[in-house]
Write a protein that binds this ligand. Sequence first.
Ligand code: SF4
Length: 203
Amino acid sequence: MNTDFCVGCNSSNNMPSCGVAKIATKINLKDFLNNNFDYSVLYPVCPKNALNIVNGRITISNECISCNLCVFSCDQNNSQPPILIDDFKVLENLFLTNIILRLQLDLPIAIEVKADGNYREKRIDVAIQKDNKVYLIKILSNKNRLNYYLRSYTDIVNDISSIYPNYIFSPIILTSQKVFDTITENAEYCFTLRTLIELIEGE
Ligand code: SF4
């Protein structure tokens, strides 16, 4: 990997933004909508744990797969290279999914959000807010569960829409390209990482 992007900021105490992301998780939907939450859970950006601090400098080990996530995350670097990582692998990991969506959308985002009303025992995989639009996202790994999860998330949307009438909630199924290509019904609710980002950016 070409590490020329690294300006060698002082990393003697804490891993900088290229190495660690701050995530909001396990909060209530109400707090999410009211912006009453913190990004307080630290999670490594690198999916291969290839970033380390040695003698106060970031070093990158041979485990690196040149996915560009750390480059994208670096707050000293303005370039936005393509993120080159298998979407199936990303979606297996809720934290990594969160990191990629937040990096690319720069919007309020939280994972494992507790729904209100009759559904407070249920956790929404990912919630993203853009103005008065709120996307409630289920990550789907098995196509056979599509209708079950779509029904479940649609029920949540219907319920909470009456609690929060000023917001427009959308149930979204997020899946890998490989699974998406096999979906034949309710495909209008299904998105890949790329098409979900395009949808939200375009609204
Ligand atoms: S390019 Fe990807 S794999 Fe390599 S160090 Fe950066 S985050 Fe890790």
